[in-house]
Design a protein around this ligand. Structure first.
Ligand SMILES: [Zn+2]
Length: 239
């Protein structure tokens, strides 16, 4: 399966670090080893527990799962198939082992389109529910649909998050805004060869150049964030 090939490639050729190391690096509080990578999964799909977790656990590797709390324990219709989402027992078990649990809102709405107070509640409810269930503080957030603006960044900051992630392809560099960090997105359409190519320096330079061009057209403030980078955060799964 493609996922295991990708993970083996990362495990053998990169330094897989916890997400806090990446955020602290961006904030200028920590150095990172060469080719540092943190692994993140959005939404809370059931295969995070059935496939990803056993692999991570057997190799003692850290990863982060960003949970949309309104999806927990449900089945979602996606592309004509019903997919099982994680339940709380699985999430709590993962949080006690190798996984950091982050928030991904309650309803998976586009925060940029929601009224300010509703967006605030959407983020806050997911953070508090994960904290109540796992008994651990939730410090990291992932923006649904990778969309954020000045206002949502400010909401996330006021709610006490230390790091937040979009999905715009790119690496993380020292000095990056910790509440608008890049990731490299890897979904099922990405072949192993494409994946391996993306993770090379040349591949990353290409990804960043392409994204900077788009960002400069759409969000001027983000291009400054995107201009610097070094460590890598990888995402696997849906939006
Ligand atoms: Zn999502």
């Amino acid at each position: 399966m493609e996922f295991y090939r990708q993970m083996e490639h990362l495990r053998r050729n990169y330094n897989i670090v916890p997400i806090e190391d990446i955020v602290e690096f961006a904030a200028g509080k920590r150095r990172l080893p060469e080719k540092a990578v943190a692994i993140t999964f959005d939404d809370g799909y059931g295969d995070n527990y059935s496939r990803v977790y056993p692999y991570l656990k057997s190799h003692g590797l850290p990863a982060t799962i960003f949970i949309c709390t309104g999806y927990v324990g449900r089945q979602l219709l996606l592309g004509g198939y019903y997919l099982n989402m994680l339940n709380w027992n699985q999430i709590v078990e993962m949080s006690r082992n190798n996984a950091t649990v982050g928030a991904h809102t309650e309803t998976h709405s586009d925060l940029c389109k929601e009224a300010h107070e509703r967006a605030r509640e959407n983020i806050k409810i997911s953070k508090e529910e994960i904290e109540r269930r796992t008994g651990k503080p939730v410090k990291y957030f992932s923006y649904p649909f990778y969309r954020f603006d000045h206002e949502t960044i400010e909401l996330v900051r006021l709610l006490g998050f230390e790091g937040a992630f979009g999905g715009s392809s790119g690496v993380v560099r020292q000095g990056d805004l910790t509440l608008a960090l890049n990731r490299i997105q890897v979904d099922r359409s990405v072949s192993f060869l494409m994946f391996r190519a993306r993770m090379t320096r040349a591949g990353l330079r290409y990804i960043e150049a392409r994204r900077r061009l788009r960002a400069s057209r759409r969000f001027r403030f983000m291009s400054a964030v995107y201009a610097k980078c070094e460590a890598i955060v990888r995402i696997h799964g849906g939006t």
